[in-house]
Structure formats: structure tokens, C-alpha cells
Design a protein around this ligand. Structure first.
Ligand SMILES: [Zn+2]
Length: 341
């Protein structure tokens, strides 16, 4: 099949053309997270004919994913497949000319720089702040552009970050939110139309960036709510960069430090998690949202949620013990879904 035929409609689109298609075929992308956002972005990028995509995700495909995570099906659940492997298989069938590297891993300060090696753009399709702040630091350190996305309920956000030129995630959010203060898709729910729209906007920004059409002066935070149709483009402003520790001082607190330290508790089939930000969790509030996972009990000191095969014991300051695994990546995943970090 001649490549021009495959990409003919995209090449005919003026702002891309033959030159843009050539640039796409030479582009190298890291995509972190293969949930509702990442599966849609990966599908569109591979169909668009990027040269190389490195996919990293730490989770397995579960039944509750199929409502919105469009690369997966019931066969992936029956086969107990990690998301990265299931996605890779499907994407290879879609476009065999794209080089795909799939990694089943938890992205964290110890490996992010290795994953950044050899790519020119990073797409964030994550469900937790902890890893996003690590990506923000690492991309600033190595001057790699990245595109932030988030979606929850019927609402979502997209913002390209061109290090040194446009505001970063810390310019936007300040520090990482304290544990237990942010709702998650598991607690607040999410509808497929918003994750597809947000991932599509992210891919549009990626196509512009790769083909040379993204004007740094026009970079904004895009916010959209598919239920109310409220659409906003927000100028985060250059002033935020002047007081941002990453943009103005090149301090990489989340890359150098450890926002969510994990310690495997030997012989107990449990992992302890210690967040870098001390929380003051309201157990009464959290017990309502966390009840979606299983039975919850709490007193003045700790909250316990039993969600077989895991059990979470959470202390007021955000420290937790996840029983049922001795793998740090799984424990982090359980924590970020239930507590939200
Ligand atoms: Zn910044």
C-alpha cells in the first residue's frame, strides 16, 4: 500500500501537507498512561503515521475500563493482559509501519529520564498528579515539550507545555495537591465523550507541534465540559513563570525528591506509601467516595477500605498501607485511585 494513499486525506489538509507528513513520520513520542485518554491518543497518533511511539502503563485491563478505553476488549480481560501489551497488539494491526515500544512499568523519578531519551514530545494521559509533576520536572530539565491532559466527570483540560517558553504545570497548579483532596475517576466517575474529546484536542496540539504550526504565543489551557458545553481558553500568563520554581529557578523538587515514597513491608504482602505532601484528610468525606471500592470503616486515627484483593489502611496525614501486594507500582495505583494523588 503506497504510504501517500494511507495518509492522503491528512496530506490534502493544507497546514499538514507533504512536509508535515514527512515530519510526522520522523517524530518520536512518549505516551504515559493507557487509560481513557491514552488509548484514544495512541490510536490517532498511530493512524496519523508518527514514526515511533513509546507506550508506558502500569495497569492491567479491567472490565470497568471498557466503557471508554477504546483499544481494549473482553479478550484482553480474559487474557489478563497489561494495558501496554494489549494496546501494542491492537496498534500494530492498525498501522504496521509505526515503530511501537510497549513498557509495563510505573513511571517515577527513577526511570522518567530513561523514558524521555530519544523522544521529542511527551503526552501525559495519566490519572494522577504525582507522575504528572515528575514529568513536568523532567521535561523542563531536558527541554522537551509535553502536553498535559486531565478528565473527570464530564469535564477535561489540555495544556501544551513548551519548557522555557510557555507556563508549566507548576505555573498552573502551584504545588501538588495534598492527598485526599482531589476526586478521581474511580470516585467521581467519567463519561467517554469527554475523554475522547480531550484526547483528540491533545492529538491536535501534538500534530500542530510536530508539523510546526503551534504558535507558542497562542498556547493556552483549554477547558471543556461536554455536559454544559462550557468551553474556555485560559491564558495562564507569563507572570506565573517568573515565580515558578521550575521555570525561574530550574528546581526539580518532584524529580529529585520522592512525592510518594514506597516501602515494601517484607513478608507481609503489603506496601507502605508515604506522600511527600502532608495531608489532613477528612475521613468522613473520603469514606463516602471511597465506598465505591468496598466496605469502609474509620475512626479518629485511620480509615480502612477493604476492596479484595487489596486492603487500604490510611492515616490522617496521607500515609497508607496497601495489603494484598508487594509491588510498589500496584500499591501506588491502588492509592492514587482510592485516595487521589
Ligand atoms: Zn513553571
Amino acid at each position: 500500500m503506497p504510504p501517500d494513499e494511507r495518509y492522503s486525506r491528512q496530506i490534502r489538509f493544507g497546514p499538514i501537507g507533504e512536509t508535515g507528513q514527512q515530519r510526522l513520520s520522523e517524530s518520536r513520542i512518549l505516551l504515559v498512561g493507557l487509560g481513557a485518554l491514552g488509548t484514544v491518543a495512541a490510536d490517532q497518533l498511530v493512524r496519523a503515521g508518527v514514526g515511533f511511539v513509546r507506550l508506558v502503563d502500569r495497569d492491567f485491563v479491567e472490565l470497568s475500563n471498557l466503557q471508554r478505553q477504546s483499544l481494549f476488549d473482553e479478550g484482553d480481560i480474559a487474557g489478563n493482559l497489561p494495558k501496554a501489551i494489549a494496546a501494542e497488539t491492537r496498534l500494530r494491526r492498525i498501522n504496521s509501519s509505526v515503530q511501537i515500544e510497549a513498557r509495563v512499568d510505573d513511571v517515577n523519578p527513577s526511570n522518567i529520564e530513561e523514558y524521555l531519551d530519544g523522544v521529542d514530545l511527551v503526552l501525559d494521559a495519566l490519572d494522577n498528579f504525582e507522575t504528572r509533576f515528575v514529568i513536568n520536572d523532567a521535561c523542563a530539565k531536558h527541554t522537551k515539550p509535553w502536553i498535559y491532559t486531565a478528565a473527570l466527570g464530564s469535564y477535561g483540560l489540555v495544556m501544551p507545555v513548551l519548557p522555557g517558553r510557555t507556563p508549566c504545570l507548576r505555573c498552573l497548579l502551584g504545588s501538588m495537591p495534598a492527598p485526599g483532596t482531589s476526586p478521581t475517576c474511580e470516585t467521581a466517575g467519567v463519561v467517554a465523550p469527554i475523554t475522547h474529546i480531550i484526547a483528540s484536542i491533545q492529538v491536535a496540539e501534538a500534530l500542530k507541534l510536530i508539523t510546526g504550526s503551534l504558535d507558542p504565543h497562542d498556547v493556552r489551557l483549554t477547558a471543556y465540559d461536554v455536559w454544559s458545553h462550557r468551553f474556555q481558553r485560559i491564558d495562564v500568563g507569563k507572570d506565573a513563570m517568573a515565580s515558578c520554581p521550575v521555570c525561574s529557578k530550574r528546581e526539580f523538587e518532584y524529580l529529585d525528591g520522592s512525592p510518594l515514597r514506597t516501602i515494601t513491608l517484607c513478608g507481609r504482602n503489603a506496601v507502605q506509601l508515604i506522600p511527600g505532601v502532608r495531608g489532613d484528610i477528612n475521613f468522613e468525606e473520603l469514606s463516602k467516595s471511597i465506598a465505591a471500592f468496598g466496605s469502609v470503616q474509620f475512626n479518629d486515627f485511620l480509615l480502612k477500605c477493604s476492596a479484595p484483593p487489596y486492603e487500604l489502611t490510611l492515616f490522617r496525614d496521607g500515609r497508607a498501607i496497601v495489603k494484598g501486594t508487594d509491588e510498589a507500582g500496584i500499591a501506588r495505583s491502588v492509592y492514587s485511585k482510592m485516595v487521589g494523588l
